[in-house]
Design a protein around this ligand. Sequence first.
Ligand code: F6P
Length: 291
Amino acid sequence: MKVLVLTSGGDAPGMNRVIYALYRHFGKNLYASRYGYRGLIQNDIIRVSEIGIEKCKNLAGSIIKSARCPEFAEDKFFKKALKNAKAFDYIIVLGGNGTHKGACRLAENGVKTIFIPATIDNDVEGSDYSLGFHTAVKGACEFIFNTLPSYQSDNACCIYEVMGRYKNDIAINVASIVDADKCIICEEDINFAELTKLINSINKQERASCIVLRERIYPVQNLVEQLRLKCPKVYFKGMNVGRVQRASRPTKREIYFAKAFAKGAIKAIKQNKKCASVLIKEGKVKIIDNI
Ligand code: F6P
């Protein structure tokens, strides 16, 4: 049996561990499409046994590369990808909702596919968990824990922008863990009068204030500029937590999930599924038919 794995969209910590677990099972019969669906279009396919997956199994990122590939939705490119995909008995795809759509389209055209939710945003429809989220939260918290103490020295106001696309999970979890003074997850949360009062009062208590801002709500530097005008005595620092969230070493819990997802994918293949997703529901791995 020839199995192909690909990672698509933004990389998520734990992807390498899934690939390793699949490799342990399929050995030389496991292939990888580089750069997600783009590799399928360009037939950029390699044998996983040749890339030293053992060495990076516990590292973030994706050794087989991950990319967003909007052209995969275009018929001309999809046909090319489909032709290359037909050389395999199964394709296992890791990614978010867009990646899932691509897998279903391949399956509708006769290629058996298994989808594994893998995105730090934790926004995959139908799954309580998507690979990478736990590590992303840890990465963002570490970033705050490693910077905030210095800003305590000058009672600064720190605004940390975290990822999550349109989902609030990272922001809410991070804000709770670091004991943030405010978590901004929607436009209504930006009330300048209230924020000014809060920041000034914390500054008077001679401590730094910590605000967690979900991305795509309000540009962090603009927020800093506006608040600087309103609180001229306070030193402000806007920080984009950024890729630390995706680059952090997968937590032990993440590794546990990675192995569980891989095991689910192997089980789905054994059950001869045509188009299935391996999801987490109420703490348990579920194999769900898409078609
Ligand atoms: O989907 C994962 C994610 O990290 C989102 O949280 C974020 O909006 C986006 O990707 C950022 O992507 P990039 O680092 O490529 O700009």
